[in-house]
Design a protein around this ligand. Structure first.
Ligand SMILES: Cc1cc2nc3c(=O)[nH]c(=O)nc-3n(C[C@H](O)[C@H](O)[C@H](O)COP(=O)(O)OP(=O)(O)OC[C@H]3O[C@@H](n4cnc5c(N)ncnc54)[C@H](O)[C@@H]3O)c2cc1C
Length: 327
């Protein structure tokens, strides 16, 4: 078993709230680890709408999701947080006044305090049955880097906003983009559907991907059954994006001895949970009048981290001083 990662603060969730908290913790001289079950930082933004413009982040009249996440990572990285991505936080225990958090894969983090920024919980992508065994070998559930699909034939499966957003984003870089949806109607916004249609992206409706074919070198083609047709459509495919949505669940955090209310964690005005030195911020934190937005998550992250700084060191000031005066 590897030695635990020792930090002042463990942040569970690398969404916008967790990333901003990592910046703020560094500003407060706290060493930090950030764990996330997704392989990339950015939480809901990265998983669901990296290409969309966001219009209500203070200081940005409009910012593309992907660009906001990049800027948050750059801001946090000044303080060199330890990222533990692709790992779930499983169990929380207390030993000698410190927390031990077990991650899957056997790793542990030893932290003085824990800040839970787990959003709506862990995302589990809805599976594409025909994609069994192809995850990471040609099939993906979301697209963190468009360039990975440059010059590929890409098949996108789904009829929601994400599926159509990926189609728009991948069209300029991929050799071909085909969208396959099992119904004739789409859940995506009509304006986005029209944009994708106007680009000439092939859309096959009432259809299901029945098999992915390839070898050790990767994926080669996809077979598609279309309702009412005897013959399968066979298309070249080096990549399949299964954009069938996600289910989200607080999962293991449910049993950390916190007060859970409608899949959120109850906090007081310092963002402290029912346990000492365990705080929560962002979408996962609940209190009367809560509004779940990126903007509120940022404010809650600052409140939580400044209170954590005092919880860890009672001689510390709650008010951090102004960052503009730091130089
Ligand atoms: C389509 C869409 C559009 C949106 N548009 C806007 C908008 O325009 N403006 C706006 O303000 N908000 C918008 N939102 C909401 C916004 O994305 C959320 O408020 C924001 O992402 C919350 O950030 P967060 O960091 O608190 O949580 P999240 O972004 O949910 O991140 C939480 C992270 O925690 C991780 N996690 C959870 N449990 C564990 C565990 N046990 N172990 C390890 N990791 C774990 C998850 O994998 C996830 O990455 C939108 C949401 C959606 C879905």
């Amino acid at each position: 078993m590897t030695a635990p990662t020792e930090v002042d603060l463990l942040i569970v969730g690398a969404g916008p709230t967790g990333l901003f908290a990592a910046y703020y913790a560094g500003f407060r001289d706290l060493t930090t680890a950030v764990v996330d079950s997704l392989p990339e930082p950015g939480g809901q933004i990265t998983a669901m709408y990296p290409e969309k413009q966001i219009y209500d982040v203070a200081g940005f009249p409009a910012v593309r999701g992907r660009d906001l996440v990049e800027a948050l990572v750059e801001q946090a990285n000044q303080w060199k947080p330890t990222y533990l991505l692709g790992r779930r936080a499983l169990a929380l225990s207390e030993v000698d006044g410190r927390f031990l958090v077990e991650l899957d894969g056997g790793a542990t983090v030893n932290a003085g305090a824990v800040l839970i920024t787990a959003g709506i919980g862990e995302f589990t992508p809805r599976p594409l049955p025909a994609g069994d065994g192809w995850l990471g070998r040609g099939m993906v559930h979301f697209v963190p880097a468009l360039d990975a699909h440059r010059d590929q034939d890409v098949i996108i499966v789904g009829g929601g906003d994400s599926a159509f957003d990926w189609a728009l984003a991948l069209h300029p870089v991929a050799t071909s983009v085909t969208l396959v949806h099992r119904r004739a109607k789409f859940r995506a916004m009509p304006a986005t559907v029209r944009q994708v249609e106007a680009l000439g992206v092939r859309i096959i409706t009432d259809a299901e991907v029945t098999a992915l074919i390839g070898d050790d070198e990767g994926l080669r083609e996809a077979r598609i059954a279309v309702k009412g047709s005897e013959e399968e459509v066979v298309l070249p495919a080096q990549a399949v994006v299964a954009a069938l949505g996600f289910t989200a669940d607080l999962g293991p955090i449910d049993s950390w001895g916190l007060e859970i209310d409608h899949r959120s964690i109850s906090v007081d005005s310092t963002m402290r949970t029912a346990r000492d030195r365990v705080y929560a911020a962002g979408d996962v934190a609940a209190y009367p009048g809560k509004v779940k937005l990126i903007a509120t998550g940022f404010g809650e992250a600052a409140t939580a981290v400044n209170n954590i700084a005092v919880a860890l060191n009672p001689d510390a000031h709650l008010f951090p001083g102004h960052s503009s005066a730091a130089e």
